[in-house]
Write a protein of this length. Structure first.
Lengths: 104, 649
């Protein structure tokens, strides 16, 4: 038997940039305003580091289900916000997205 | 005289009755008044007019304050347990405790519950104590039993449960000191860092005194576990000793806060732009939730809670803004601009470098647990007190300061908080819109939701479901659904805790929500449920994996070789899959495997039918593995002994 650590990683600013920058590079219109990306950066990174996302590869539906799991943990987002985040993550971190690579 | 003073100080006798008894005992009226004056001056730190909000220390039943007793050490042990108010002894068998078992035969008021493993046995004792707020003891066979119980002693230490633990030591007269069978040096020191008191009785006639001190230490706030032992030949030795009622030793640690600090705290609260209250387990222990409600309603103050054992505030109250989801106040969606934070009874267990309450807001900390006040957070106003008395005094001080303008401001703030609460409730309710909602195997959130729809309005929910979120229950410590969370984090406590809670609260529905990994650490209390006819509903979230450690390992080594190859050595519990319903049947508990939402509803109905008949029931609910890096059929390390076998034996 052992103690089960239930860590919630702290916010680390540079890691957000890593995700946003890496994901941005794969978008057709790099640099354009993307409400989904901004929502992920502002909402998800209150509790998670980018490490929780970097290795995730799933389609939009999978990301949407993931976001709804966070609703059960206290995440408060409107249906539109959930849709925007799922759209963005499904594009940027879809099944065929290239690996982002380890943090430096 | 001492007993009379004790009764007066603990509100067991009125002032008039106290004086009358003194004169009846032969004192003049002048002398009696003088005694009264002295006693009152001693009791200023207490509250003679108000009922104590923390339960009194365990009281003796049907014995005088001091009784001379002659018998074996084991009989002395039993007599003192009775005098300390103990009804249940949770234990695993030890031949060295024979004289104690012998003493139980003619003392039916002391009931022994045989637990087939020391860990779940200790969890059952702790569950009983937490649900009844009454004393109990758990005992094991020497050092070997003690080490099995250490995990639950750890939990009791972290959650501040007054669990008293005993195990014998190798006998002094024949064997001790040779590094002999099952002997370790300084046995009681093994648990010293995780107990409030660990002590060995040095003579047989000191057994009762050692027992009393253990209960005193455990039940003096802030609560915590205590450990005692003695050489096993003391249990056999015949001695004469005093058996003393436990209330004769209670230091009555039910203190009021410093009035100056109360004034400072009240001033900060009434002048705050956006005050915020954090609630914690001392509120539950002091039964002070109604007082917390009164204070927040006076101030229009939002309420949140960090990880605790219990839910300490009604979650349907308009000023409740939800549990804080992350490790610090920054993760709270609302309010974002708290300028004064009042913590009432939350130990604020850190799990990161950042202080839970950031440096900006002024911080008021009201707790009896003086040890942890000021350790991390800068504390503007420390208030060491029983939180019930502290809230009483804060309420009185705030009421005295509130002007009509301030009341108006508080009302406007309350309305703003209420609007947030309505919106947050609607947003939380969206969980049913998950695209996986109807999937089979189920998502954990669907299981939780269905159980929440099913549970009685005053159900007790034991939660040891790993990293699965708990939601939808609307817990309410004032007559509603109660939560018993696995705060300590040593797993294997859930089944035992549920059994102990049901023993203490036989007339409330008890539902245990347990992850498969947690369950398999401690299922043996199922046998206690079957034998004692404890009708608990046990629900296993069975994803055949350690889901939490899987995700956190990826978080710790992102994009590493584990992710690239899918070779995770530490997390997959399938192939072969464990059948928890079959395990339950082995312990005498009926159960079934559940695979879909439709099956779950029908299975819950069967579970209810079983509990109505006084029988426990287990649902082995198949839950999908969710998160990064899970393959349909996870890889398992290629360790195969078959290729090494040269003999068919």
């Amino acid at each position: 038997m052992r103690v089960w650590r239930s860590a919630v990683p702290a916010f680390v600013g540079w890691q957000i940039l890593l995700l946003v920058t890496s994901a941005q590079a794969q978008e057709p219109a790099a640099g354009a305003a993307n409400p989904g990306r901004e929502l992920v950066a502002s909402k998800c990174f209150q509790c998670h580091t980018d490490a929780m996302f970097r290795d995730g590869r799933q389609d939009r539906r999978g990301w949407e289900a993931t976001i709804y799991r966070m609703v059960g943990r206290g995440g408060l987002w409107t249906a539109d916000e959930i849709k925007s985040m799922a759209d963005y993550l499904g594009d940027a971190l879809g099944p065929n997205a290239k690996p982002i690579g380890p943090a430096k | 005289m001492r007993e009379l003073v004790t009764r007066y100080l603990s509100n067991g006798i009125s002032r008039r009755g106290f004086v009358k008894s003194l004169t009846k005992a032969g004192l003049t009226m002048t002398a009696a008044q003088s005694v009264l004056g002295s006693v009152n001056s001693v009791s200023l730190a207490q509250a003679p007019a108000a009922a104590p909000t923390v339960p009194a220390a365990p009281a003796a039943a049907a014995v005088g304050a001091v009784k001379s007793f002659q018998g074996t050490g084991g009989a002395c042990f039993a007599e003192q347990l009775i005098a300390s108010g103990v009804k249940y002894v949770f234990g695993n068998s030890a031949s060295e405790d024979a004289q104690f078992y012998e003493a139980l035969v003619d003392r039916p008021q002391l009931k022994y519950i045989l637990t087939p493993h020391e860990g779940p046995g200790a969890a059952m004792a702790a569950g009983y104590i937490k649900a009844s707020q009454e004393p109990a003891i758990v005992m094991q066979a020497g050092s070997v039993g003690m080490v099995n119980a250490i995990g639950q002693i750890f939990n009791a230490f972290k959650e501040q449960t007054p669990l008293v633990v005993y195990s014998y030591r190798t006998d002094q007269s024949r064997r001790a000191g040779r590094d002999g069978f099952e002997e370790i040096p300084n046995q009681e020191q093994v648990v010293q860092p995780i107990t409030k008191y660990s002590w060995m009785a040095h003579r047989a006639d000191m057994i009762p005194e050692t027992v009393r001190r253990a209960f005193k230490a455990a039940w003096t706030p802030p609560y915590g576990p205590a450990y005692i032992d003695w050489h096993s030949d003391y249990t056999e030795e015949r001695v004469r000793t005093d058996i003393i009622a436990q209330d004769q030793l209670d230091p009555r640690m039910r203190v009021r806060p410093n009035p100056d600090e109360v004034e400072r705290a009240a001033q900060l609260l009434v002048e705050a732009r956006m005050p915020l209250m954090i609630v914690g387990d001392e509120i539950y222990k002091a039964k002070a939730a109604a007082k917390a409600i009164k204070l927040v309603e006076l101030l229009g103050m939002p309420v949140t809670q960090f990880r605790q054992l219990w839910a300490n505030f009604p979650e349907a109250h308009p000023l409740w803004v939800g549990n804080t989801p992350g490790g610090t106040l920054a993760s709270l969606a609302y309010p974002k601009n708290a300028d004064v934070v009042l913590n009432v009874g939350n130990k604020l267990q850190h799990n990161g470098a950042a202080p839970i309450v950031p440096r900006g807001p002024k911080f008021i900390d009201l707790r009896i647990d003086f040890n942890s006040i000021g350790n991390v957070m800068v504390t503007e106003v420390p208030m060491v007190a029983d939180v019930g008395y502290g809230l009483d005094d804060l309420i009185a001080a705030v009421e005295g300061m509130l002007t009509p303008a301030l009341r108006q401001k508080a009302a406007e703030r309350a309305e703003e908080v209420r609007k947030f609460g309505v919106q947050a409730r609607a947003l939380r309710g969206q969980i049913v819109n998950s695209p996986d909602w109807d999937s089979a195997p189920m998502i954990a959130d669907r299981v939780t939701y269905e159980v929440a729809q099913f549970a009685d309005p005053d159900a007790i929910i034991i939660h040891e479901a790993g990293s699965h979120a708990i939601h939808s229950f609307d817990f309410n410590p004032i007559g509603g659904r109660e939560l018993f969370f696995y705060y300590g984090g040593h797993l294997g406590s859930g089944v035992g805790t549920a059994a102990g809670v049901k023993l203490a609260r036989p007339n409330q529905q008890v539902i245990a929500l347990i992850g498969d990994g947690s369950f398999i650490f401690g299922p043996t209390a199922l046998w206690n449920m079957a034998r004692l006819e404890l009708p608990v509903i046990v629900i296993i979230y069975n994803n055949h994996a350690y889901g939490g450690p899987h995700s956190r390992v990826i978080n710790n080594v992102p994009s590493g070789r584990m992710v690239q190859t899918g070779h995770f050595v530490h997390d997959y519990l399938g192939n072969p899959d464990m059948d928890m319903a079959a395990i339950a049947r082995g312990f005498g508990v009926d159960g079934e495997i559940v695979r879909s939402p439709g099956e779950l509803r029908q299975a819950l109905a069967r579970a209810r039918a079983h509990t109505i008949e006084g029988k426990p029931y287990l649902l082995d609910v198949q839950v999908g593995r969710k998160g990064v890096g899970w393959a349909e059929k996870p890889w398992i390390p290629p360790i195969q002994v078959a290729s090494l076998r040269t003999k068919k034996v």
